[in-house]
Design a protein around this ligand. Structure first.
Ligand SMILES: [Cu+2]
Length: 168
């Protein structure tokens, strides 16, 4: 897939996400669902946390809502923004939080899965070093149905000084 990293303003990034949602959310039209190669998954609040300076790995957080009538199962993720992308979970092992790859995540109809710090996240290994705060980065979720869902994530940094939240 093509590298799609553009220095857009936050406002434009939100507009792009909004337009995308408008395009893929199923409508009440008579079109059969099979004619659309996208899922009933709605992505919102997608952010790419830039790596800590001097490191190369990071995470993408988002809200993933199943707006369809059937369960949706995510089985993989890909992006040109990093050497490798994986679905990860956080679990407590002997009181220590450890993250580990997960093979699939199923979202029931009407439910929202929150990818956030300390929980599910998209792990990025070897983040493209040219990505900067405010950039929009594209990722693709692969579903077991063969469909895909696009994510447009805004690159943010918790080390810019503006955001002092520290989640664990
Ligand atoms: Cu991870």
């Amino acid at each position: 897939m093509s590298l799609n990293i553009a220095s857009r303003s936050t406002l434009v990034a939100h507009l792009v996400i909004t337009l995308w949602l408008f395009l893929v959310v199923p409508t009440q039209a008579a079109e059969p669902a099979q004619s659309v190669a996208v899922s009933g998954l709605k992505v919102s609040n997608a952010t790419l946390q830039l790596p800590i300076p001097g490191t190369h790995n990071s995470a993408v957080y988002l809200h993933l809502q199943n707006t369809g009538t059937k369960p949706e199962t995510v089985v993989g993720v890909s992006t040109a923004a990093a050497a490798k992308a994986q679905l990860h979970s956080h679990t407590s092992v002997d009181g220590m939080m450890r993250m580990r790859p997960v093979e699939s995540l199923t979202i029931a109809p009407g439910k929202t899965l929150v990818f956030e710090s300390g929980s599910y996240h998209i792990m990025l290994l070897g983040v493209e070093p040219s990505i900067a705060t405010g950039d929009t980065v594209e990722l693709t979720l692969e579903l077991n149905s063969g469909k895909t869902a696009q994510i447009m994530a805004r690159a943010v940094s918790r080390y810019d000084g503006a955001d002092h939240s520290h989640h664990h």
